[in-house]
Design a protein around this ligand. Sequence first.
Ligand SMILES: O=C(O)CCC(=O)C(=O)O
Ligand SMILES: [Fe+2]
Length: 270
Amino acid sequence: MHDTSRLSPSELIDLARYPILDLESDAACALTSRCRAQLDATGACELPGFITRSAVDLLVRESDILAARAFHSVATGTPYLTTPDLSLPADHPRRIMDNTSVGVVAYDLFPPESATRRLYEWDPLMKFIGAALHERRLYRYADPFGALNLAVMSEGDRLHWHYDMADFVTSIALRAAERGGDFEYVPLIRSAADENYPRVQKLLLGSNEGVVRVPMTPGTLLLFEGRNSIHRVTPIGGAITRLVALLAYDTKPGTRSTRHLQMARYGRSE
Ligand SMILES: O=C(O)CCC(=O)C(=O)O
Ligand SMILES: [Fe+2]
């Protein structure tokens, strides 16, 4: 049998479909320009089957072991991840609170031989993602906990509607829950110039208008610009935990989290 722990990161990726090794090649240029067009149109780019089926099995096996080390937190907050503004009416989006409940394995708990970790630390993947995101030079997060996360979501867990603080997030879907656990978003619902509160309020009060659902398909790499596209993960049902790897890159070096955010997400800080 093949010793899967020795696989190089390139062997985890379907390179025939996603020829990322030579970014100058015509095939890679066609792929990255397709990604950029999708990101411009919707703030998201889905790459189904990016990780091969057998590699997904390997990543799930190691994630199932790592999941035991997840820190579980429950937090109540607004979509803006700031404290509610009590000077506003009670049904204003900046006052509407909801619960997020999630387990997270921090980067420092991934052993060096972890295939997920080796994929995250592999430069060709980072260079491809940079090219797909408008040719930007990328750096891995400098945060010892936040650079790579395994999100572990069990029955009742969910992420409420929110915007991200980072410009973009890269996720790899590893295993779907029996029910729920769908990633839903409203493409570019706000911009730097317009918060679009009436539309956000309708969404928070239950409207489905404009909501796009990304089916949880193991092996999909998702590039997502979450600063202006509000998103959530619907509540998990059933006994199978939802597993997603979250790979954090930034356009500048040295980005770290605050002590406060580390405590909230990982239950410990440096
Ligand atoms: O688990 C996911 O699919 C999305 C995670 C997310 O939105 C976040 O961590 O901010
Ligand atoms: Fe998010």
